[in-house]
Design a protein around this ligand. Structure first.
Ligand code: ATP
Ligand code: MG
Length: 557
């Protein structure tokens, strides 16, 4: 696991291994400029792992004056949808990147088909009538060579006829496949006559019912890269065994030599990342949708209050590794805090209010404090914070019998109400059950900021004026899963067994009125509590705020 230790320290970063390769290629004059691609399968929404890949592919092109294509890898018609295509484009743009071209692997179906016939003619592909199960068994094992299909030595003419009939829909699904003819004893299992095409009678979101044979990933991906002239095709580590096959097809076809490079996929603690699992969470209502703020999807993070800047910073911090690892979720949280701390407007809100009454305040009087919207910009815009006789403070900012080092309010103790006066607790009123209903205080009129010499007390707490407070719904989130390493949960258990039952808490909070006039468009800081962002569920009378992250890492020792 990589620690988020002092991630803010300035650092001169060394080139990562992909940057090294690119710089060498450019220096050697291998390419005039580089072309990368981001190749999502439109079968789900993008998640933070994809964001890592997007930042890498687009970032490299930006750094070296190249370009990046967006290519939808839509070779599997049964799981794909336009809804996903649209969301993917929206998320990439939101992250701050623009692709040079929008392509679809399905645009290449005709060319791929022509190339398949070419391989048949070269004696490098054949139609196999074996069942899926027979093919699987015939492949052998790592220690044992496979056995050749009885259909392996069909003539070129017969293969061509059968392959054309496959295309024309003359066979049922599973009845025939097209396989590359390579080596059934090859030490790399993927070389044991890999499938190139299978028959699928499904409506494709772009090509409709034109095709009933669809290319396999290994046959489509490299050729798609090559057709576009991709120079550096970057994918995750599990594809390293596919690389020789990627090269094999390109070599046998004699087409533009794209090259594949692998980097470690991003794993995060307390998170599942596979689209299949995320889809299951959505479909079975474990979350409210793909954009539920607890989801690791880009739209979920956006709704949670993450900014594009914070995600790009995260991708940079994570870097490019050659070995799989799991990144601590707290690094992602650190990144958004880092960004919002600089930019977000401040407001006071009380999540768990208890009443505080100032007994020596002139009845009916209101005073306005002009507080900075952002302390980083003290000369910048300000907000008006009304102060009156009756206020609310946070219930846990008062303790009757506090431990040592508790610097907030206590009986007989003093505290500063942020931006305003120092108050002293004189009396505590309780209901018959013993719950505190009111804290009665006196204020020190000479403690007004700027009015005289500054008197300091140990604690400062936030507050809102009772008659001015605006009710807001606050949604407080916790990790969606209780287990840090979701990739190594015990054999036989299901990832859903580790769903955190307390990942969402909803409370009625009270906020200073200026909050409702905020126009910054990004998350704001509720002072002393954390960052919160307005949720699309908000209605005029009832704004809803999602907690993005607290002000400090609660798990830091
Ligand atoms: P999943 O396994 O989550 O469904 P996938 O790899 O099937 O993801 P694709 O749509 O095929 O999803 O991925 C598009 C690109 O994003 C690929 O280049 C893939 O390598 C990259 N990618 C996907 N997940 C991650 C991850 N966790 N970390 C880094 N890159 C990723
Ligand atoms: Mg995939």
């Amino acid at each position: 696991m990589e620690e988020a230790k002092n991630p803010g320290a300035p650092q001169e970063r060394q080139l990562n291994f992909i940057e090294e390769i690119i710089e060498n290629d450019l220096a050697a004059g291998k390419y005039e400029s580089i072309l990368t691609r981001f190749p999502p399968e439109p079968n789900g929404y993008l998640h933070i792992g994809h964001a890592k890949s997007i930042c890498l592919n687009f970032g490299l092109a930006q750094k070296y004056g190249g370009k990046t294509n967006l290519r939808f890898d839509d070779t599997n018609p049964s799981k794909e949808d336009v809804e996903y295509v649209d969301s993917i484009k929206e998320d990439i743009r939101w992250l701050g990147f623009q692709w040079a071209n929008e392509f679809y692997a399905s645009d290449y179906f005709e060319q791929l088909y022509i190339w398949a016939e070419e391989l048949i003619k070269k004696g490098l592909a054949y139609v196999d009538d074996q069942t899926q199960e027979e093919i699987r068994r015939g492949r052998g094992t790592v220690g044992q060579p496979g056995t050749e299909s009885p259909y392996r030595n069909r003539s070129v003419e017969e293969n061509l006829t059968l392959f054309r009939m496959m295309r024309e829909g003359k066979f049922r699904e599973g009845e025939k496949v097209l396989r590359a003819k390579i080596d059934m004893a090859h030490p790399n299992m993927l070389f044991r006559d890999p499938l190139m095409y299978r028959i699928i009678y499904a409506h494709h979101h772009r090509t409709g019912d034109k095709w009933c044979i669809y290319p396999m990933y290994d046959y489509a991906h490299g050729q798609s890269d090559s057709l576009e002239g991709i120079t550096h095709s970057i994918c995750t580590l599990e594809f390293d065994v596919h690389r020789p096959l990627y090269d094999w097809f390109i070599e046998k076809l004699g087409i533009f030599p794209s090259h594949q490079y692998e980097f470690a996929r991003l794993n995060l603690t307390y998170t599942v990342m596979s689209k299949r699992k995320l889809l299951e969470l959505v479909k079975n209502n474990y979350v409210s949708g793909w954009d539920d703020p607890r989801m690791p999807t880009i739209c979920g993070l956006r709704r949670r209050g993450y900014t594009p800047e914070s995600i790009r910073l995260f991708a940079e911090k994570v870097g490019v590794a050659k070995r799989d690892n799991t990144i601590d979720l707290s690094l992602l949280e650190w990144c958004v805090r880092e960004d919002l701390n600089k930019r977000s407007n401040r407001y006071m809100a009380v999540l768990d209010p208890v009443k505080l009454v100032i007994t020596n305040w002139e009845e009916g009087k209101m005073e306005i404090f002009n507080a900075p919207l952002n302390p980083a910009d003290p000369d910048g815009a300000r907000r008006a914070v009304p102060f009156t006789e009756e206020l609310y403070i946070e219930r846990d900012d008062f303790m009757e019998d506090p431990p040592k080092k508790y610097f907030r309010l206590r009986p007989g103790g003093e505290v500063r109400l942020k931006y305003s006066y120092i108050v002293k607790c004189e009396e505590v009123i309780k209901d018959p059950e013993g719950n505190i209903t009111e804290i009665r205080c006196t204020y020190d009129p000479d403690s007004k900021p700027g009015a005289g010499p500054w008197r300091s007390v140990k604690g400062t707490i936030h507050w809102v004026s009772k008659d001015h407070a605006k009710p807001v719904e606050a949604r407080l989130f916790d990790r969606l899963f209780t287990e840090a390493y979701m990739d190594s949960i015990p054999e036989g258990s299901d990832y859903k067994d580790f769903l955190n039952p307390d990942s969402l808490k909803v409370t009625e909070a009270l906020a200073e009125p200026a909050l409702l006039e905020d126009t910054s468009g990004i998350a704001v800081q509720f002072e002393r509590l954390g960052y919160f962002v307005k949720d699309p569920d908000s209605v005029p009378d009832k704004p809803v705020f999602n907690k993005t992250v607290g002000l400090k890492d609660p798990f830091k020792k």
